[in-house]
Design a binder for this molecule. Sequence first.
Ligand code: SAH
Ligand code: SF4
Length: 360
Amino acid sequence: MHTKKNILGYSLESLELFFSEINESKFRAKQLLKWVHQKGVLDFGLMTDFNKDLRKKLSSIVCLKPPLIHKKYQSNEGTVKYLIELESGSMIEMVEIPEKNRRTLCVSSQAGCALQCTFCATGAQGFEKDLTSDEIIGQLWLANFHKKNKDLITNVVFMGMGEPLLNFDAVVESAKIMKHQLAYGLSRKRVTISTSGIVPQIDKLADSVDVSLAISLHSADNGLRDEIVPINKKYPINSLINSCKNYLLNYDNKRNITIEYILIEGVNDSIEHAKQLSKLLTNISCKINLIPFNKFDGCEYKRPSNDKIGDFKDFLMKKGYIATLRMTRGDDVDGACGQLVGNLRKSIKGKKLISHETII
Ligand code: SAH
Ligand code: SF4
């Protein structure tokens, strides 16, 4: 059977190319972007500023299709976690985090991840596939439009499953749609790509799309980072720091890189570690986001005590850094990404099921 091409994940430029290839005016691309990503309309038949022939033509050659919501879990403090099923059958997760004046969506860029960081539930599952741009933007589309009368997403972070910079083209294409004024219109401050440090792709990013960058550093010591973030063996800390510096040179306005640092008891949480970190980041314009380790089955690590976390943070603040603590929210629905899919797999094997969540 011939499957129609899905154009949900086309940026403005790709849509313009598409319309010119089918001998239609380029202007249609702008109209389509608005229908799909501002009004949430997927049915070409409802696109009233397209003439009947064009509506028919589009329906016969292409489609607009987000992935499926398999299940939705609501935590006590408002975090909503979605288990999403891709056409291939792979499962991914996305998390919606409502805060005072914003609503952040954490999206996945791959099903699974090949990089096997030792503290990460996604890494423990291995790699399944790269998401296509329609599967990435489809997550934002679903969060905004699968239910009527909902608050729209104000911020997107690529901190779900997968390493976004190893799926570069699809991630860039979807980030362009997130940012475009005729689509979601999110400013660069409101779209954040988080990476474990794929150096050549960090170097390419500034030329491709202007978003905010977060680096999952987790250790300032090369030997320790080799262990907990194995991609460090390929792109060691000094090359990563250099590429962060070069990245910042692309922009003349004042901007920061976010440095993410998971705190794991007895592994990277001592004052000595904080000292190393503070020294390493001396010449980098950044803010540091400390994330207490979130436990999951099959991983021995523990989160440090609140005192220990406080000491680590205070040390960095005294050194003049902006350091914030990201308290993992949605713990009762297995807050950190990768954990739901991990649990689902276990349940398929007939073991313990996802616990203590409310399915809505
Ligand atoms: N692959 C990318 C983006 C996805 S991971 C990256 O590594 O940056 C996004 C964030 O979730 C990273 O900072 C990662 O370190 C964090 N994370 C992964 N597992 C976690 C856990 N068990 N507890 C707390 N944070 C975790
Ligand atoms: Fe992959 Fe990021 Fe998890 Fe590391 S932390 S295994 S790079 S998803």
